[in-house]
Ligand binder design. Structure first.
Ligand code: KIV
Ligand code: ZN
Length: 523
């Protein structure tokens, strides 16, 4: 048994399944580049059969991101597997990850099938995937609620057909650590060939045990952990990458296992995911919460000032929390901006550099100093611009404590038409949101609205995040500006553009599913 744990990142697949997250292809590619810098071993880039957009995003990542294995997810169905294999074909090391449920609850109610059929589908799926790529991962979905003997039979079939990694999902986050470890131990007894492939764990956090269960799995012999940055994912999320990695790192002397993660990239990766997904990190979250290294009580502060290890088990610099010293001002030129961005891991040239420089100048005119965090916010904000999107041209808001605020906005629609709308709302932000609805003639409903500052200080950049719902599809959007009303309006317009793309993608998926009612739309 080796002492290297493979980190399989599913932020772009399971993470992207979180409600309200809608990453565009540019954002997905930028995240994948950052995951490669972070040193993950496998990037699960998406579910190519879900929509043409997902397929293209996986294909672009496979083509352009070097280092990690690039995996595409596929149901145990020939068309899905072909789509996934096609999408990852140009990767340096392509992988197809196929799955089918082994729990009776899923077999009976969701698949409306039988155990015999599941065995047949698993056999056909792995064999087909192996005929297309050398690296095939197989997952018995909902395994932890399945009969262990039946799951073992299916795994034996998958290994006989050439699966190279076997992943055991706790799909609904139901397992307890000892129970999960026992389940894996029993599978090793029933399927000795499991020792010839990589055993993987994939745990959801419904009971807050995803990291504990993943760790129990590793102690039982698993050498791949499937996880996501900031723990995002379906429902309560997946095991958080930064937590499992820092557990293995901090307690290495006792555990004796290591990963290939460049831990100093953790903080930046977490900020990028939070910003692009609109999912805020809770302040007290382990490792990446803003209070994770803060000491409030006098006794603790006193101790840390005398000797850091009195109250800190990790050094903040190991996750990259010191990498924020870089500062530019309004006299900094294009060259300085390009080098600063390069230092932050963003390679920006040509037209993208011109646009970033224009935004930088606008901000530097209003703020004395532009920090690394501001630059990160600015560049990730630029990534959001899409082809099929609304653009905010201008807005006017009249706000007063003596009469209801009135807003007027002008937008360009995805078809290039100029539209204008106005509204008198309960507050200036409400007025501008409803003016956008009126201009676009959309019945968008606001589900969430948040405003934060990127750094401290009175001239800090404001960062707004909006989740809204259009025709049953929810989507998020973010905006960054020194003016918080503008940040809110940009976020709303982007959320609206993302929601409309989701509505269109859902219509495409519905068409595909009508052709084959046996299929469920997402894993
Ligand atoms: O949670 C789950 O079972 C999954 C599978 C597709 C691996 O995400
Ligand atoms: Zn999952």
């Amino acid at each position: 048994m080796n002492d290297r744990v493979i980190i399989f990142d599913t932020t772009l697949r399971d993470g992207e399944q979180s409600p309200g997250i809608s990453l565009n292809p540019g954002e997905k590619l930028e995240i994948a580049h950052q995951l490669a810098r972070l040193g993950v071993d496998v990037i699960e880039a998406g579910f190519p059969a879900a929509s043409p957009g997902d397929f293209e995003a996986v294909r672009t990542i496979a083509r352009e991101v070097h280092g990690p294995v690039i995996a595409g997810l596929a149901r145990a169905h020939a068309a899905d597997i072909e789509r996934a294999a096609d999408a990852v074909r140009e990767a340096e090391r392509p992988r197809v990850h196929t799955f089918i449920s082994t729990s009776d609850i899923h077999i009976e109610h969701q698949l409306q099938s039988t155990r015999e059929d599941v065995k047949g589908s698993a056999r056909a799926a792995v064999a087909h995937a192996r005929s297309l790529v050398d690296d095939v991962e197989f997952s018995p979905m909902d395994a932890t609620r399945a009969d262990v003997e039946f799951t073992a039979e299916v795994l034996q079939i998958a290994i006989d057909e050439g699966a190279t990694t076997i992943n055991i999902p706790d799909t609904v986050g139901y397992a307890m650590p000892e129970e999960y470890a026992r389940f894996l131990g029993r599978l090793y007894e029933l399927v000795p060939a499991l020792r010839d492939v990589v055993l993987s764990v994939h745990c959801h956090d419904d009971l807050g045990l995803a990291v504990a269960n993943s760790f129990a799995g590793v102690q039982a012999g698993a050498r791949q952990v499937e996880c996501a940055i900031n723990g995002i994912g379906e429902r309560a999320g997946n095991a958080s990458l930064e937590e499992i990695v820092m557990l293995l790192e901090t307690r290495k002397a006792d555990i004796g296992l290591s990963t290939g993660i460049a831990t100093r990239e953790i903080a930046r990766t977490s900020r990028m995911i939070s910003r692009l997904t609109g999912y805020a990190v809770q302040p007290n979250k382990a490792i990446v919460g803003r209070n994770a290294f803060a000491h409030e009580s006098g006794i603790h502060q006193d101790g840390v000032l005398k000797e850091r290890s009195t109250y800190e088990i990790m050094d903040a610099t190991t996750i990259g929390l010191d990498a924020n010293s870089l500062v530019l001002g309004k006299h900094s030129g294009r060259h300085a901006l390009r080098s600063a961005l390069l230092e932050l891991g963003f390679e920006v040239d040509g037209q993208a550099l011109n646009t970033a420089f224009k935004r930088f100048k606008e901000i530097a005119d209003k703020k004395k100093q532009v920090s690394a965090m501001d630059l990160e916010a600015l560049v990730t904000d630029e990534l959001r611009d899409e082809l099929r999107a609304y653009t905010l041209e201008w807005f006017d808001v009249e706000a007063s404590s003596r009469r209801p605020p009135h807003a007027t906005v002008q937008l360009t629609t995805p078809d290039g038409e100029t539209v204008r709308g106005d509204f008198t709302g309960d507050g200036p932000v409400d007025a501008i949101f409803r003016a956008i609805n009126s201009a676009t003639r959309r019945e968008a409903r606001l589900r969430e609205f948040r405003i934060d500052s990127v750094t401290g200080g009175p001239d800090a950049l404001g960062e707004a995040s909006v989740v809204l719902e259009v025709a049953g599809q929810s989507a998020g959007g973010q905006g960054v500006s020194t003016d918080i009303i503008e940040a809110a309006a940009l976020a709303y317009v982007r959320a609206l553009s993302n929601a409309e793309r989701r509505v269109a993608a859902a219509a495409d998926v519905a068409e595909t599913d009508n052709a084959d009612p046996q299929l469920t739309p997402t894993p």
